[in-house]
Design a protein around this ligand. Structure first.
Ligand SMILES: *Cc1c(COP(=O)(O)O)cnc(C)c1O
Length: 372
């Protein structure tokens, strides 16, 4: 018999994700696509997708067809959309796996109309202000007429009209005016070309929470699933817990140098503990001196630079027994959040959550295990 695993563990808090979708549903009557790119924003694409569908999402979204077809193989039967095609347009896999693809350039449209065998479902992806992916406005007319002609020949079906708003972190709806105007122009142009759409979709988390004009038939929620509101307008539920046991504890005097080059110094005589995780697990290396973890309900400050696999924390007069669980990220009051780590590491909550290392042991929790 092997001993139960007790090392660093990343828990996907399923009820947190479900509560976040319930929140979105209270603000928005459109269908909801759960965006689970980057392995479900670091929390496991399948865990996050399952929780999101349980809570009422009816679509899944990924960056590429490979991620989408993996979800299909895992048994998800709802429509799945993939919008970036870094390895070229994989029409064959998209058709075989029943994955919708967004077409964001004339090159990709030509590939789709040459290789579609009738089952392919496409969404015309417009540039609505990002100057990143998406058909530039000067190609809309051609794209819509070619798409309409190919649809008549039953090469593919055009099911969606898609845009992405550049002001994804603005809580001010007027920031979406230009994007909304160009989406409307494109929609009229498409109707004239003879196209109709099952779904139009423009909003991601921030616009969904702040600007109902952007909802149309479908919204795409990624960060919001895992408790990050880029607009800063809405309190969402944390969806991650990261814990790690104390490996060693030792006594120290005040002013002891800690770590390489003495990058830290103990503030008082007492105890320090070593935790077995580090920047290779996604913890930022350079942190604000206020950065802390929770051990036994006490906030324990991190000393010195974060190492590849180790962190040293100061516990004061109290000595943490080896094996005591430290909470690195937690949902309960006082526990460090993804947002705290972003602030301490001078980065974004998105980067913290998607950067949590693949070697962490990963589990998903259920309602019974959570107090939410
Ligand atoms: C990442 C992404 C989303 C989700 O954005 P969030 O702000 O994380 O909700 C939606 N649509 C596209 C095209 C994306 O790339």
């Amino acid at each position: 018999m092997t001993a139960p695993y007790t090392g660093p563990t990343l828990t996907t808090i399923t009820p947190g994700i479900e509560a976040n979708i319930a929140r979105v549903r209270s603000l928005c009557h459109a269908e909801i696509m759960a965006v689970v790119k980057a392995d479900g924003y670091g929390l496991g694409a399948e865990h996050v997708a399952r929780a999101a569908l349980n809570a009422g999402c009816t679509w899944l979204g990924t960056t590429d067809v490979a991620e989408a077809s993996q979800l299909r193989r895992a048994g998800f039967s709802v429509p799945i959309l993939a919008w970036l095609h870094p390895a070229g347009l994989d029409v064959e896999t998209a058709e075989a796996s029943d994955v919708d693809i967004a077409i964001g350039s004339l090159e990709h449209l030509i590939q789709a109309l040459r290789r579609g065998r009738g089952k392919l479902r496409i969404h015309l992806h417009l540039d609505t202000g990002m100057t990143r992916g998406g058909l530039p406005a000067y190609d809309w007319h051609d794209a819509m007429h070619w798409a309409a002609a190919s649809e008549k020949e039953k090469i593919f079906r055009v099911v969606g009209l898609m845009g992405h708003l550049p002001n994804a972190d603005a809580a001010e709806p007027s920031a979406n005016d230009a994007g909304l105007r160009s989406f409307d122009v494109a929609h009229k142009m498409a109707r004239k070309a003879g196209l109709t759409f099952e779904v139009r979709h423009l909003a991601s988390t921030s616009a969904t929470l702040t600007d109902p004009r952007t909802h149309f038939e479908l919204v795409r929620i990624g960060a919001g699933l895992v408790g990050i509101d880029p607009s800063g307008s809405t309190e969402l539920n944390p969806a991650a817990r990261l814990t790690c046991p104390v490996v060693h504890t030792r006594a120290v005097s005040e002013g002891s140098p800690v770590g390489y080059g003495g990058s830290g110094t103990t503030r008082e005589a007492g105890f320090v503990s070593v935790l077995g995780l580090g920047y290779a697990d996604g913890i930022p290396q350079l942190l604000d001196p206020e950065a802390y973890v929770m051990i036994d309900g006490r906030a324990c400050r991190i000393l010195g630079r974060v190492n590849m696999d180790q962190i040293v924390v100061e516990t004061g007069e109290w000595a943490a027994a080896p094996g005591t669980e430290a909470i690195i990220i937690g949902p309960d009051p006082g526990e460090p959040t993804v947002q705290h780590w972003a602030q301490w590491g001078n980065t974004s909550a998105h980067r913290i959550i998607t950067g949590l290392g693949q070697r962490l042991h990963r589990v998903a929790s259920t309602k019974q295990e959570e107090t939410i």
